[in-house]
Design a protein around this ligand. Sequence first.
Ligand code: NAD
Length: 372
Amino acid sequence: MIIGLPREVKNNEYRVGLVPAGVHSLALDGHQVLVQKGAGDGSGFTDVEYENAGAVLLSSAKEVFDRSDMIVKVKEPVEEEYDRLKERQILFTYLHLAPAPQLTRALLSKKIIGIAYETIPDRRGTLPLLTPMSEVAGRMSIHVGAFYLQKTNGGRGNLLGGVPGVQPSTVVIIGGGIVGTNAAKVACGMGARVIIMDIDPERMRQLDDIFYGRAETRMSHPYNIAEMVSQADVVIGAVLIPGAEAPKLVTRRMLSTMKRGSVIVDVAVDQGGCFETTRPTTHSDPVFEVDGVVHYCVANMPGAVPRTSTLALTNATFPYVSRLARGLSAALKKDPLISEGINVYEGEVTCKPVAEAQGLPYRPVAELLAKA
Ligand SMILES: NC(=O)c1ccc[n+]([C@@H]2O[C@H](COP(=O)([O-])OP(=O)(O)OC[C@H]3O[C@@H](n4cnc5c(N)ncnc54)[C@H](O)[C@@H]3O)[C@@H](O)[C@H]2O)c1
C-alpha cells in the first residue's frame, strides 16, 4: 500500500501521525511511505530521519494526498485540506465528526473511508487511541498547577510539595479515570497532599489499591466537593460522562470559598468543563482569573508537549496503521473492532452518533462491506 503522511496544518498543531520508527516498520513490510517535507519538524523528527527510515520525501501536501491509498494524520482535515483528499482514500486520524457538518459533507462527497481514532474500542470497551492523550494531559495538569501557584505567575506563592517543616499544597482531583490517576501520580511524586474524588466506588477501590494510602479518595457529591475545594490549592477537573457534556460540579458559589491565588486546571474543558466558571482558553493565552482563582482551561493540552504526545499517540495508533496497510478487509478480519472506527464509508455515514447529530441517514458498515 502507498501510505501518505502530510504535515499538520491546524493552528498550533505540532504532532505528526507517524514517527520514523513506524515508517521503518512499514517499509520493512513492503509498503511505500510518502512523507511531506517538514512533517515531523514540530515533534523534533527531521526529514533525514524519515528518509533514512525508508520514506520518500515530497515537497507538497497535494502530491502526498494525490499519490496515497491511505493518509495517516493526527487532526481532522481543515478546510484547505478538503480538496486534497482523493476519492475513496482511507483517512486514519482523529475526526470528531459529530459537531462538524462541513467536514462530514466533504468526506461524503469524496467517498472517503474515514476511520476515526476516537471511536475505535478495545476488547475491554475502553478507547485505546484516546487514552495516551489523557495520560499526557493528566500528568501535565500538575506541572501547570504548580507553575501557576507561583506568586510570579499569579498564584498564592506555594511550592506544591512544601519543604520539611512547611505543609505541602493540597491538590483535589475531581474524576479518578485516566486523567485523574495520572495527575495523582505526578502530584504524589511532587510531594503534594492529594485527594481524588469520583462517583464510582469500584474505581475508588482500585485507586486505593494503586496509591496505598498516599492519595486519599472521597465520594464526589456537592457536599464533599464544596468542602474539598475550599481547602484546595489546586483543583483538577477530570470527569467524563462518555458522550455527554461534563457536569458543572464546582459552582460559582463554591468558587467564592476558594483561597485567593489557588489554581483550577479544567482538563475536562473539551467536554464543556466541570467548573461553572470554565471557558476554553488557548496555549497562547492560557489563563484567566475569577474571584482571585487562576483558571487554566486549554482544550488541547498535549499540543504543548508534541514530542511526548506524538510518541505516545503513535505507540497506540501504529499497530492499527500496520494492520490497515494490509488492506481494510484483512485489517477487519484481524481486528473486527476497527469497524467501529469507520465513521464514513464511500459516501455513507456509518457511525450512528454522527448520523444522529447531523440528521443524516445511517448505514451499518457491515451492510456496506458485505456488498463490497
Ligand atoms: N484538555 C485536554 O487537552 C484533554 C486531553 C485529554 C483528555 N481530556 C478530557 O479529560 C476528561 C477526562 O478524561 P479521562 O480519559 O480521564 O476519562 P475517564 O473516563 O478515564 O475518567 C473519567 C472519570 O470521571 C468519573 N466521574 C464521572 N462523573 C463524575 C462526577 N460527577 N464526579 C466525579 N467523578 C466523576 C468517572 O467515574 C471516571 O472515573 C475528558 O473530558 C477528556 O476528553 C482533555
